[in-house]
Design a protein. Structure first.
Ligand code: ZN
Length: 178
């Protein structure tokens, strides 16, 4: 499914035609800003500018990349690796971060959303197990055992719902959409 190109299209209001062009824009996200080049279609007669959804999304991704490197924020991959290394699903990680919806966590991991520097610092602090436990207690749930560790003395060797080799554990509970 590709977006309709406006290249060469007639601008009925003025009789001009649209051509691909680039503009420099400032994008603001999570209290940060980045200057990026954004593609658009510009009318050669009146200068009217039109953006496709793809052009907007590309510019936003570019801004996210720029902000991540400017503010040394964790990448989506790093967040995901961390989350999986401590056996949390996206809903649980969100819970540890003041109850953020899992969709936000998923957005970070996919590079669609960007965490603020404050949340980034909070994420990093979670590599400390005591910090994780503190936050889990506050959020009202018990941390799952770390992947690969055998739960100390639980007598039931039943279904391991946290099998780390399982593909994408479906987040339980939560899922309250704002
Ligand atoms: Zn025009």
């Amino acid at each position: 499914m590709s977006e309709l190109s406006l290249e060469g299209h007639l601008h009925r209001r003025c009789g001009g035609h649209y051509a691909l062009a680039v503009e420099e824009v400032t994008i603001r996200l999570s209290g940060m800003t980045a200057r990026v080049d954004r593609a658009m279609y510009k009318c050669d007669k009146c200068g009217d500018r039109q953006h496709t959804v793809e052009q907007r999304e590309d510019a936003e991704r570019e801004a996210i990349l720029t902000m991540r490197s400017q503010h040394s924020l964790l990448t989506g991959k790093e967040i995901r690796h961390f989350r999986e290394s401590v056996g949390l699903n996206t809903a649980q990680l969100g819970e540890l971060l003041h109850g953020l919806p899992k969709g936000i966590v998923e957005g970070w991991e996919k590079g669609r959303y960007l965490q603020s520097p404050a949340v980034d610092a909070m994420l990093r602090s979670l590599s400390d197990v005591e910090e994780r436990e503190r936050r889990a207690t506050r959020a009202g749930f018990v941390l799952p055992p770390l992947p690969g560790t055998v739960a100390a003395d639980t007598s039931h060797s039943s279904d391991d719902e946290l099998n780390p080799s399982a593909p994408e554990p479906d987040p339980v509970g939560s899922g309250v959409q704002p």
